[in-house]
Design a protein around this ligand. Structure first.
Ligand code: ADP
Length: 501
């Protein structure tokens, strides 16, 4: 298939959206970049150009931050009543729901992922999260404080706290779940009264720009949400050092996260980091393999393994090893590979040539270090970025494929003997984002869950995310939470007020 053929099957609205170059959303207006530069966004199934997009750089970031600053300092957004802010956010969620099929098509085209899964998972959770966050503005409250002030016994005091928005927020998001990340970032920022400059990943700008259209229709005041596509080292970097930006919320690799934390330190920005992972999936000796084998397969192969909490290290006890490997290989070999716009295809292309080369390089490195390739291991087709679902067996802690995040459909299987050792093996990584254990024994759950150093532990499931469940990392997987009530905390300051009578 060519990209033109892929596009010919899409809805008229989607076709229309990509029929001409896309601009950036700055202060409520769709504008070209200051430099006039554009970049191509590519179809990962073919490597061909979908459409050109305005390429933001420092000057555009400066203009967007000025607009966001004005909307925060003098504009209506933080000053608006909380019920009015809620109504705006509900309108956005309603518009996302009305346009969900378009968002899913654009996501599948730009990222490569399965369109039906995009609609059911990415887009639906994104809508639900904006709606969940839309309920918060009326419920953000401080406390009344029972002050004592022992050194002023004759005075009377009233003490209380106010929760106030952090200010102008720079949000930098990755390409693996573009709409969902957009929603994770916009939701708590808007609910708390912050204004935003959001930079989508250069690989997948289209759905964030479509979200920009919906933001305009929903009636947010100008400058509250600015969407500036562009590259990380230019537009992204400009945002992280901008003195008028109060907070950076970033989702992406640990490597880039470290650069951003250092860049943001100069102006002492509030920072939230949702970074990489090398999450363990641990099958315990009593696990129900009818559940655990397909579960472990989905833990790694969902979204082609381009998931920060993917179950990329699989721990299997000696006595179940052969059965699990055979079952997993059967599952991998049975997955239909192809373009994401056909919902039958469960393994879709990786997002880019760079990602494809990276993942293929890791598979070669695994082979060279002695891992046994029991399924996949190769490219599929001669165009697009398709990599077969791959199982590397007999891996060990010293291998590069076990230590580093691959971010592709590649699982490293490790055997273990002693159940008392397994939490230690699982924790043997610099990351701490997610983990799953597979067991029928409640004693195992009670015993092992507290020993695992990660922000989420799933039991008999993996990659389950919900709008009310905080998501974020321990260790080098980052700090701060997306989703749940805790996501708001990152966008709120606490002001103490003390009144003397
Ligand atoms: P991945 O490894 O998943 O491609 P990255 O961490 O490289 O993810 O990128 C995630 C986001 O961070 C993207 O929007 C990218 O443009 C941005 N980014 C990359 N480098 C920088 C940087 N130096 N400063 C700010 N943002 C960056």
């Amino acid at each position: 298939m060519t990209t033109a053929e892929n596009i010919s099957n899409l809805s008229d609205t989607t076709k229309d959206f990509i029929s001409s170059p896309r601009k950036m959303l700055l202060n409520g207006q769709w504008v070209t970049s200051a430099s006039g530069k554009m970049f191509d966004t590519l179809d990962p199934a073919t490597g061909e150009v979908i459409v050109q997009v305005a390429e933001g750089d420092k000057e555009d970031i400066d203009r967007a931050v000025a607009a966001a600053r004005k909307a925060f300092d003098d504009g209506p957004w933080p000053a608006m009543t909380s019920t009015a802010r809620e109504r705006c956010m509900h309108r956005l969620a309603d518009l996302m729901e009305e346009n969900a099929d378009i968002l899913a098509e654009l996501e599948a085209l730009d990222n490569g992922k399965n369109v039906a899964i995009a609609r059911a998972v990415d887009i639906q959770v994104a809508i639900d999260f904006i709606r969940y966050m839309a309920g918060w503005p009326t419920k953000i409250t401080g406390n009344v404080l029972p002050l004592s002030v022992p050194y002023a016994p004759d005075a009377k005091f009233l003490g209380y706290t106010l929760r106030e928005p952090v200010g102008v927020v720079g949000q930098i998001i990755p390409w693996n779940f573009p709409v969902l990340m957009c929603s994770w970032k916009l939701g708590p920022a808007l609910a708390s009264g912050c204004t935003v400059v959001l930079k989508p990943a250069e690989e997948t700008p289209l759905t964030a720009l479509y979200m920009g259209e919906l933001v305009c229709q929903a009636g947010f005041p100008d400058g509250v949400v600015n969407i500036i596509p562009g590259y990380g080292h230019t537009a992204g970097a400009a945002l992280t050092v901008h003195p008028e930006v109060d907070k950076i919320s970033f989702t992406g690799s640990t490597e880039v996260g470290k650069i951003i934390v250092k860049a943001a330190a100069d102006t002492m920005k509030n920072v939230t980091m949702e970074l990489g992972g090398k999450s363990p999936a641990i099958i315990l000796p009593d696990a129900d393999l009818e559940v655990a084998i397909p579960g472990a397969a989905s833990a790694i192969f969902f979204n082609q393994g381009q998931v920060c909490c993917a179950g990329s290290r699989l721990f299997v006890p000696d006595n179940l090893y052969d059965e699990v490997i055979a079952g997993l290989a059967e599952a991998a070999d049975g997955m239909k590979i192809g373009c994401g716009l056909d919902p039958e295809n469960m393994i879709n292309p990786l997002v880019s040539q760079i990602q494809f080369d990276r993942v293929m390089g890791y598979i070669e490195s695994g082979r060279a270090e002695g891992a046994e390739v029991v399924a996949g291991g190769g490219r599929r087709g001669d165009k697009g970025y398709f990599v077969e679902p791959t199982i590397l067996a007999n891996t060990n802690r010293d291998m590069k494929v076990v230590r580093e995040e691959i971010f592709g459909p590649v699982v490293c299987v490790q055997r273990y003997q002693d159940i008392d050792e397994v939490a230690k093996l699982a924790n043997d990584t610099v990351y701490g984002l997610g983990a799953s254990i597979w067991t029928r024994d409640v004693g195992n759950i009670i015993n092992i869950v507290p020993k695992i150093r990660s922000g989420t532990v799933w039991v008999n499931c993996h990659n389950i995310l919900d709008v009310v469940m905080p998501f974020g990392g321990y260790k080098q997987s980052g700090f701060g939470k997306d989703m749940g009530q805790q996501a708001l905390e990152g966008y709120l300051e606490t002001k103490s007020v003390c009144i003397m009578a």
